[in-house]
Design a protein around this ligand. Sequence first.
Ligand code: AMP
Length: 210
Amino acid sequence: MRKYVIMGIQGSGKGTQAQLLAADFDLVHIAVGDIFRWNVEQHTKLGAHVRRIMSVGELVDDEVVESIVRERLERHDWNYGFIIDGFPRNARQAEFFLESYDIDGVILLEMPDEDVAGRVLSRRICSACGLDDDVAGRDPAEADVCAACGGQLVAREDDNPEALAARLRDYHEKTKPIVELFERKEFVARVDATQSIPVVQTEIRRQLGL
Ligand code: AMP
């Protein structure tokens, strides 16, 4: 059983790296942002609650986030473990999490702020398969076609300069300080996220002994 948390600034590749790890080690990838986006698309009551908060790049209230995470983990469909992405995002969430779960490792993807805007503003999500794609430098004729499945790529509503500025501010003020909390209790694998996707993945596995 392996239980990991993946952290990092916006655009550092958390989702991509978590999916690669999950696929090879049979881990369940739990992305809190994806759960919220699904609810927005499906027009659920939760979706109606989080839609405006997300679109301006603010954090959803802790009670809501914690109940979503608790509910998801209580499904116990993670026989081989899980990798959780986008949570915890502040000290209260981290304390709630550490009280209930033993974590085997925290992956911290490190990237300078200067690299964030370029990556996030060229990021698209496939509306068919849900994978992240990067359209930087791509031929305009193919810029909205998913490289994996041919589906239609769309930009996230919060991948705009204003919402991004709010998300970056929260990352530095609220999320980054919890790395110290994890460092006191858990093993934190710090990885340079400016490298290519396979290099970052190899380095994560090396540091986690996988
Ligand atoms: P993400 O896909 O991780 O960037 O999350 C997208 C948005 O969902 C965030 O900007 C927040 O509005 C919300 N969200 C996701 N995870 C959390 C969390 N742990 N705490 C509060 N809000 C969250």
